[in-house]
Design a protein around this ligand. Structure first.
Ligand code: 3PG
Length: 309
C-alpha cells in the first residue's frame, strides 16, 4: 500500500512550492493530502489520522497530534528550527523527526540585512541615519543563517564580522571570514549591530537578559530573526526604557510589544508575521528538500537529517 503524506502548513507554502512538493511525492507513488491555513488544531488532528509522514513549518507537533496519527513514522520540519516539535515524545514513539537545514537560510539572511538597514536609516523616516559600511556586526550563532549574513555583510558592506558560537571551533569561524569571540558579553559590547541566530532550547530561552543587553554599544541595533523565547522580554522592556539609544528589530514581536511601542516606537519594528523564511525560493527549497527526504527515508532508510537521536 502506498504511504500517505500530509502537508500541514498553517502558514502555507507558495502555491508553486506546494505544487512541486505534491508532484514529487505523487510521482513516487505517495498519497498526498494538504491542509493549509487551518485555524483550529482539531483540523490537524483530523487530517493527520492515517498519515505515515507529515511535512510542517512552524506548526506545533505535540503529543495529541501524535496520538491522532497512529501510523506516523516521520515528521519533516520544512525549515531549520524544530522547537515546534516534541522531539522526545516522538522518539518515545519511534517517530523520526527531521529538519531541512540551510534551505531557507538565504531568505532569513537577506531579511536581517534589510532590517539592519531599516534601523540605521531611522526606519526610512527621512531623518539622517548611518551606514553599515565599516561597522562591526556581531553574530550570535554561526550556523547556516549566521554564515550567510556574514558573507553578505562582509562582501557587500565591508563590515567587520564577530561571531560567538560555542558549538563551532574558532578556526572554522575564522575560515568563514569572521572573528570568533569567546563570550556573548564580548560580542554585545563590541558590535554596532548584533544579529541573533540561536535556536530556542532550555539553555537559550530567556538567555538574552538585562545584563547582556546592557553591554550593548551606544546606539546599538539588535536584530532578532531567531525565536522570541531567547529574549527575556521583561528585561528587554527595562533596557529599552533605560537606554534610549538602543534599537530592536524583529520578525517576531515580543509578547509585551505594547509596552515597548509606548516607550518609543521609533526605536523598534516588528513584522506582523514571522517572515524570515517567507520567500518563494525558501518555500520551494525547503518543501522540495522535505519531499525528497521523505522518499529517501521510506525507500532507502536515509536518516541524514534526523534531529531526535
Ligand atoms: C525556521 O526555523 O526555519 C524559520 O524560523 C522559518 O520558519 P517558518 O517556516 O515557520 O517560516
Amino acid at each position: 500500500m502506498s504511504k500517505k503524506v500530509l502537508i500541514a502548513t498553517e502558514k502555507p507554502f507558495t502555491p508553486e512550492a506546494r505544487e512541486k512538493v505534491v508532484s514529487i511525492l505523487e510521482k513516487a507513488a505517495y498519497e498526498v493530502k494538504v491542509l493549509e491555513k487551518y485555524s483550529d488544531k482539531s483540523e490537524l488532528l483530523e487530517a493527520v489520522k492515517e498519515s505515515n509522514a507529515l511535512i510542517v513549518r512552524s506548526d506545533k507537533v505535540t503529543p495529541d497530534v501524535m496520538d491522532a496519527a497512529s501510523e506516523l513514522e516521520l515528521v519533516v520540519r520544512a525549515g531549520a528550527g524544530y522547537d515546534n516539535i516534541d522531539c522526545q515524545e516522538a522518539k518515545k514513539r519511534e517517530i523520526v523527526v527531521m529538519n531541512t537545514p540551510g534551505q531557507n537560510s538565504n531568505a532569513v539572511a537577506e531579511l536581517v540585512i534589510g532590517m539592519m538597514i531599516m534601523m540605521v536609516r531611522g526606519k526610512f523616516s527621512g531623518k539622517p541615519g548611518t551606514e553599515l559600511r565599516g561597522k562591526t556586526l556581531g553574530l550570535q550563532g554561526f550556523g547556516n543563517v549566521g554564515r550567510r549574513v556574514a558573507e553578505i555583510a562582509s562582501l557587500g558592506f565591508k563590515m567587520r564580522i564577530l561571531a560567538y558560537d560555542p558549538l563551532i571551533p574558532p578556526e572554522k569561524i575564522r575560515g568563514s571570514g569572521a572573528e570568533p569571540v569567546d563570550s556573548p558579553e564580548k560580542l554585545y559590547a563590541e558590535s554596532d549591530c548584533i544579529s541573533i541566530h540561536i535556536p530556542a532550547t532550555p539553555e537559550t530561552v530567556r538567555s538574552i537578559n538585562y545584563d547582556l543587553l546592557y553591554k550593548m554599544k551606544q546606539g546599538g541595533v539588535l536584530v532578532n530573526t531567531a525565536r522570541a523565547e531567547v529574549i527575556d522580554e521583561d528585561d528587554l522592556l527595562r533596557i529599552y526604557a533605560e537606554r534610549p539609544d538602543i534599537r530592536y528589530i524583529s520578525d517576531i514581536a515580543p509578547t509585551n510589544q505594547e509596552g515597548i511601542l509606548v516607550c518609543d516606537g521609533n526605536r523598534c519594528f516588528f513584522t506582523p508575521k514571522k517572515m524570515g523564511a517567507q520567500t518563494a525560493e525558501a518555500n520551494f527549497n525547503a518543501g522540495v528538500a522535505a519531499a525528497n527526504q521523505i522518499i529517501g527515508f521510506f525507500e532507502k532508510g536515509d536518516t541524514t537529517y534526523k534531529v531526535n537521536n
